[in-house]
Design a binder for this molecule. Structure first.
Ligand SMILES: [Zn+2]
Ligand SMILES: [Zn+2]
Length: 145
């Protein structure tokens, strides 16, 4: 997965934020994860290039990038947070609590549910990275044995 770094640059500038090398480096490190990546993994990638960046800075910057919706974040169980570059369209996951497998959950399915929630509760869901926990197919058959 690649991201358009210059789009992000102009986006941040338009919103009145400074585009620091640190922010770009951390954004790149998230991108290099090619999907879900933890703050620690981001930290190690950044460390290889710039040993002066500490873990607290990585966390703070990830929070900032998340607030700006440039990265999406999700708790994938046991308090483990993962980050990834926000795509053009929302994407979602099914996480198996037994084996930890993460599957993609079709956005149209989720949007259908969001539409239904809007109809019934007049509530607009803003979650663009939904994570649902349960048991995957193979873990279920494991349980039936
Ligand atoms: Zn994801
Ligand atoms: Zn499983």
């Amino acid at each position: 997965m690649s991201h358009q770094r210059w789009d992000f640059t102009s986006l941040l500038r338009k919103r009145g934020f400074r585009v620091t090398p640190q922010r770009l480096m951390i954004l790149d490190a998230v991108c290099e994860g090619g999907g879900h990546t933890t703050a620690e993994e981001v930290y190690h990638r950044v460390q290889a290039k710039s040993p002066f960046i500490n873990l607290a800075t990585v966390y703070r910057t990830l929070d900032f990038l998340h607030d700006q919706r440039l990265v999406v974040a999700a708790n994938v169980g046991s308090g483990r947070m993962v980050y990834e570059i926000a795509g053009d369209t929302p994407h979602h996951h099914l996480v198996c609590q037994d084996c930890g497998k993460i599957e993609a959950l079709a956005n149209e399915l989720v949007q259908g549910m969001y539409g239904e929630i809007k109809n019934r509760y007049f509530f607009t869901v803003n979650e663009d990275h939904l994570v649902m926990f349960g048991l995957c197919k193979s873990c279920q058959s494991e349980k039936e044995k």
